[in-house]
Design a protein around this ligand. Structure first.
Ligand code: B16
Ligand code: MG
Length: 217
């Protein structure tokens, strides 16, 4: 069995928090006087909070118009709205096949970690009652370099005590797939082949994953 650890991205793989990020970013854009579409929001997936703000301001033609302090304040304001939304989440929002997938890996003796850019990952996992499935949780509070830098996944492998070459990553964002490959890990893309490239395998969702096959990837 080559694979000894499975690392999961959060938004877009386990749960669809992108819709809540969108609602909160749109509210900020509207307050600043411009619109922010769902298509614009695609650019924020897997991207850190501050980088997301830069992209949003670029869309509104306002990039470079605010001080560092004002940027921090806007990001904090967006996060307050976002936290308000995700605080209401429960198990019904777990994406199809997630629990079965986590259980099957665990039964095969594969360790499980979270590798997310979000600083709110713990709140989400707790609300979804998924925290007990994870042997290690690496989130935006523990890493300083954003995907495609491999830091988040390398830290996960280290905490699990597994060599990166024996790890598989499940990711919906292109930057995340690149981060996995940069870490020397196998990458399973979650999404459609039109938007993603460079993976070892692609699935539509975790419901399509066969852990007994993945361990020999
Ligand atoms: P926060 P992931 C990412 O989650 C989201 O896809 C991205 O849109 C968000 O900006 C980022 O987390 C930071 O989130 O503002 O909660 O710290 O896909 O890495 O699980
Ligand atoms: Mg993601």
């Amino acid at each position: 069995m080559r694979i000894q650890a499975a690392l999961f991205d959060l938004d877009g793989v386990i749960v669809d928090t992108a819709k809540y990020h969108y609602m909160a970013w749109k509210r900020l854009a509207n307050e600043l006087g411009f619109d922010f579409t769902e298509k614009d929001n695609e650019r924020l997936k897997g991207v850190s909070r501050m980088r997301s703000l830069e992209i949003l301001l670029e869309v509104g033609g306002l990039l470079g118009k605010f001080s560092e302090e004002e940027m921090q304040e806007m990001a904090a304001r967006k996060n307050e709205w976002y936290v308000e939304l995700i605080s209401k989440m429960d198990e019904s929002e777990i994406l199809e096949g997630t629990v079965e997938c986590l259980k099957a890996f665990r039964d095969l003796g594969v360790k499980i970690a979270l590798g997310s850019a979000s600083k709110n990952a713990m709140l989400i996992l707790n609300n979804l009652k998924l925290t007990p499935y994870f042997d290690a949780i690496i989130d935006g509070t523990k890493v300083s370099k954003a995907k495609p830098d491999p830091e988040v996944f390398l830290l996960g492998a280290k905490e699990l005590g597994v060599d990166p070459s024996n790890c598989v990553v499940f990711e919906d964002a292109q930057a995340g797939i690149e981060a996995a490959k940069n870490a020397g890990m196998k990458a399973v893309a979650v999404g459609s082949p039109e938007n993603l490239t460079g993976y070892d395998k692609i699935v539509k969702g975790l419901f399509e994953v066969k852990p007994e096959e993945i361990v020999n990837l």
